[in-house]
Design a protein around this ligand. Sequence first.
Ligand code: GLA
Length: 383
Amino acid sequence: MLGGPGAYALDNGLARTPPMGWNSWNKFACDGLNEQVVRATADTIASNGMKDAGYIYVNLDDCWQSGRDAEGNIVVDQAKFPSGIKALADYVHSKGLKFGVYTDVGTKTCAGRPGSIGHEYRDARQYAAWGVDYVKDDWCNTLPGQSAESSYTLMRNALAATGRPIVFSICEWGSNKPWLWAGPIGNLWRATDDIKDCWDCAHRPHSGNGVVQIIDLMAEPGVESYAGPGHWNDPDMLEVGNGGMTTEEYRAHFSMWAMFAAPLLVGTDVANMSADTKSILLNRAVIAVDQDPLGHAATRVKKDGDIEVWARPLANGDRAVALLNRSGKALSIGVAWTDIGYPATLRATVHDLWSDKETRDQSDHYAAEVPSHGVVMVTIAPH
Ligand code: GLA
């Protein structure tokens, strides 16, 4: 079952480009989640340009469920969702959006709510009856020796048996190198442990993965080759707007996720976000790179200390390039045409996707001043 692009995808026809939308966890976690938050989020996404930009999924994360009844049916947390999940899914659908829920392959979710083990078909039928379009399946509280591949295959089959098109998101944190086996099972799989709202978390011991830690995990040679239409590496959801990073750092975070062809699941309070946050999340040119139909994820073509160059080919033959500065001061960073598979003499137009400036007749290389903890992201179009 060795991968590589192409004949390696879950055959459900979904997620031909990386899923885009919103998920409750990064901002609202367990305590802040309730039906008012989700309705307000759907209202905002439908009206502030996000839906038009492609943000379609409105996904509940952990803590919507509270138990099981005598027959084993999942019971909804009544305090958080007094109107029930069906009414909420209907509301989200009425806005022209799609609706997702969260579960876990173990006995309990990570927040201690009921998991799906032994109830996979029952849960899948319930999700389909509610009109669920997306299921994220976590990896907490598994039984000793429980196989990730078998567990996620079981849920994939249960979802398929409902006949409803449902995106299947494997949340196994990269523990068992899911890119090696998850392509035929899920539409996306977490390739890394949980993101934290910091640029470089190394200075905060045990606080998890900041943006640069995830970038390094995504640089593992070959991982990018497992991504493609219908089957994506997931470096976790976005922290843009949550307050732990500067605007420049959030711009770099968003740019790099687009380079990875990552799912773009916004994790902030969109109903109350700042103009800066909105302008990052709504950069159509960067989103277009993420959503490029070729689905070819970026590789790190250069690393020189704190300087990195990442590149990906696009469906029209252009290249997208990110010049990444991880250092504490502004630096000039260049990309050579020969590093991205172009002959040095080729003439091209370089489009800076954040400043929206174009440079024509560029050959051999392109260099730009990149702010500290920032990215200059360009497309390079031969002419
Ligand atoms: C795990 C997942 C997170 C989130 C939480 C919820 O940590 O990786 O994305 O779903 O569980 O408890």
